[in-house]
Design a protein around this ligand. Structure first.
Ligand code: ADP
Ligand code: ZN
Length: 442
């Protein structure tokens, strides 16, 4: 069988467009979106009326700053359908976020919305290098989570053969991977790290039982060091992709497999801003801030200036792959995932970065926060690699001290590093839980 692995640009008219044309398109669609939202969603009309704003006040792209933000609170206040522009009976599908705290965030799609979403995901998987001859195993959960169904229809549209395994059941994952000769694996990076570990423990060999060539990972923060490890263990070229249910699900942005240098935003359909989350002023291009996104295409659930709480930086510099679309850097974390330990801001990804660049560790770790008296303490539990575990006690002590020192130099914070045996921390099948905050439990 010959396989054509030519890289395909799914929507060249937009992905490689002149940036002036992109901006003109964004402005036209923004004006339509604002007018539509004002007309069809009383909650937005009230918010705009409260600041004395009419849709006709939006004359240039910068005028977006006149519009109020949308936050998770707007969803909670209007649960379940108060932000929708069409009655529930006219929707084609409903999804929701995980809703770990209280009621979930409910999102809906018309037939046209689903069509655009499918195209967005087809574009994203093409960026990641997927072609029609690929066999793509989806190990994202199916259900209310947008990840499974989102990737499913986009991969089908891109022409791939889809294997909808869903998450969990590692034995079946490997059985299908081997028997179907799966070439593309889709999951969260933490689940991919687990699958990589299991492949090694089961003695599965690249090219023999495993025929993967691409890994499409997203839905949670991860680091370059994690990428390197997953790529080596699974024999894949791994890319990052980003999305969230409030904006549609996956398909907002994704890395190109050619450069792997930031996630290309689908700018003809999403208008982005990056602001300082505290002052709410825009940051300079390339600076880290909170990503704000306005989808420019939605019928069922139009959203204006969604505060993602995700911290990233965006650049409009052209990419080596030939696309002109802006690219967002790896997401460092959500503003609400940030730990404050004795006055120091800590993102789990900063610690992951140190762990992954140090030999002898595994990609399985947990940050445990406790309070002793008035003092917050951060413990970094990390499983050591099997090889390190068979080493002498003194080698382990050297590793522990090295990690403590490195973390101190990155964060300016003394943490307690605890090396634990391989296979002892809980594995996740979806989004990993990296933090155990015991401060509120005591
Ligand atoms: P929830 O987690 O609230 O149930 P979603 O499943 O829609 O909702 O998750 C969206 C969130 O997942 C994003 O806001 C972001 O924090 C995180 N996320 C998604 N993709 C990535 C990625 N590639 N890198 C880092 N974080 C991501
Ligand atoms: Zn690129």
């Amino acid at each position: 069988m010959t396989t054509n692995l030519t890289h395909k640009i799914w929507a060249p008219a937009w992905e490689c467009a002149d940036r002036g044309d992109i901006r003109a398109q964004q402005l036209a669609r923004l004006r339509e979106t604002v007018a539509y939202t004002y007309r069809a969603v009383p909650h937005y009309r009230a918010k705009m009326d409260a600041v004395g704003l009419k849709p006709s006040d939006i004359r240039c792209l910068d005028d977006i700053r006149l519009l109020p933000y949308t936050t998770k609170t707007d969803f909670h206040q209007t649960y379940p359908f108060g932000l929708f522009a069409v009655p529930p009976a006219e929707l084609t599908r409903i999804h929701s976020s995980s809703g770990t705290t209280g009621k979930p965030t409910v999102v809906g799609y018309t037939k046209n919305d689903l069509e655009t979403w499918v195209e967005l995901v087809a574009r994203m998987v093409s960026l990641a290098g997927v072609v029609a001859s690929d066999i793509a195993q989806i190990s994202f959960g199916y259900g209310m989570f947008t990840g499974g169904f989102g990737l499913h229809y986009g991969l089908e549209r891109a022409g791939a053969t889809v294997v909808p395994v869903s998450s969990g059941n590692t034995d079946r994952q490997f059985m299908f991977m081997e028997d179907f000769r799966t070439t593309v694996f889709i999951s969260t990076p933490s689940y991919a790290a687990y699958i990589g570990e299991q492949a090694r423990l089961r003695g599965l060999e690249l090219g023999k039982q495993l025929h993967l060539r691409l890994g499409l990972f997203g839905a949670e923060p991860w680091t370059e060091g994690m990428r390197t490890r997953i790529e080596a263990e699974l024999g894949v070229s791994a890319t990052d992709n980003y999305g969230m249910s409030e904006l549609c699900g996956p398909g907002v942005s994704g890395e190109c497999v050619i450069a792997k240098d930031g996630m290309h935003l689908a700018e003809d359909l999403f208008l982005w801003e990056v602001i300082d989350p505290l002052t709410e002023e825009p940051v300079a291009e390339g600076e880290i801030g909170e990503l704000i996104v306005t989808p420019l295409w939605k019928e069922a659930l139009p959203i204006i200036r969604y505060r993602t709480r995700d911290l990233t930086a965006v650049t409009t510099a052209p990419c080596a792959c030939g696309r002109t679309s802006a690219r967002m850097a790896r997401v460092r974390g959500r503003t609400d995932d940030m730990l404050i330990i004795r006055g120091v801001n800590v993102f789990p990804t900063q610690i992951e970065h140190v762990l992954m660049e140090t030999e002898g560790t595994s990609p399985h770790y947990l940050l445990v926060v406790t309070r002793e008296g008035a003092l917050d303490t951060l413990e970094v539990w990390v499983e050591v690699s099997e090889r390190m575990f068979s080493e002498s006690f003194s080698r382990m002590t050297v590793l522990r001290d090295l990690l403590t020192k490195k973390i101190h130099s990155v964060l300016g914070l003394s943490v307690k590093v605890k090396l634990v045996e391989p296979q002892t921390l809980e594995r996740s099948q979806g989004k990993a839980k990296r933090v155990l905050d015991k401060r509120n439990l005591e």
